[in-house]
Design a protein around this ligand. Structure first.
Ligand SMILES: [Zn+2]
Ligand SMILES: [Zn+2]
Length: 175
């Protein structure tokens, strides 16, 4: 959605929207699904620009990097950003104490497009590598069986004497 910053008076300007974003468009390998994203907040005028605050609420479907099982997780997040006109980059010392901790978004012209902010937030909320559970056993590299459900009949690295020399060498190299 587009917010006209030049139409905002002295009071906080409340806004809310619901968006459908495809998981593929975020290009994160672990992310396989996204619910509708509903988010909203306020744009508040301050001396150095505007304070953009929002709350997001949605669900994301992640696949476990080890066993590939997918599951939905609810996500809620708070966002606070400082909006500054692109022509008026704040000088050092010009921002208040609290504002210094905020990420700054430079806005060209008088119209704020919320979409890039939303896409960035959605990407930030995708974990780098989240297992379905801390001790996920993963899939067998030989037969593909889900080792969380049952052990397979394949030789494991430890049980196969052919791998012993290699393992010893690997341990030596790691020293
Ligand atoms: Zn897993
Ligand atoms: Zn196997």
């Amino acid at each position: 959605m587009e917010i006209r910053l030049d139409k905002i008076g002295d009071d906080p300007y409340p806004w809310r929207e619901s968006r459908t974003i495809s998981a593929e468009s975020l290009q994160r390998r672990q992310l396989v699904g996204l619910s509708n994203v509903s988010w909203g907040g306020a744009v508040t005028p301050i001396s150095s620009g505007f304070l953009f605050s929002a709350q997001l609420e949605y669900k994301q479907e992640l696949s476990c990097p080890r066993c590939l099982k997918t599951s939905w997780t609810p996500v809620t997040a708070d966002v606070e950003l400082l909006l500054v006109a692109a022509s008026e980059e704040p000088l050092e010392g010009e921002l208040g104490l609290r504002e210094e901790d905020l990420s700054v978004i430079f806005v060209e012209g008088e119209v704020l497009d919320t979409e890039p902010i939303l896409l960035e937030q959605l990407q930030l909320n995708v974990p780098m590598r989240q297992l379905c559970r801390p001790d996920c056993a993963g899939l067998c590299p030989s037969c593909g069986a889900d080792l969380n459900k049952a052990a397979c009949k394949c030789d494991t690295e430890q049980g196969d004497p052919r791998w012993a020399d290699l393992a010893a060498l690997r341990d030596k190299l790691a020293e």
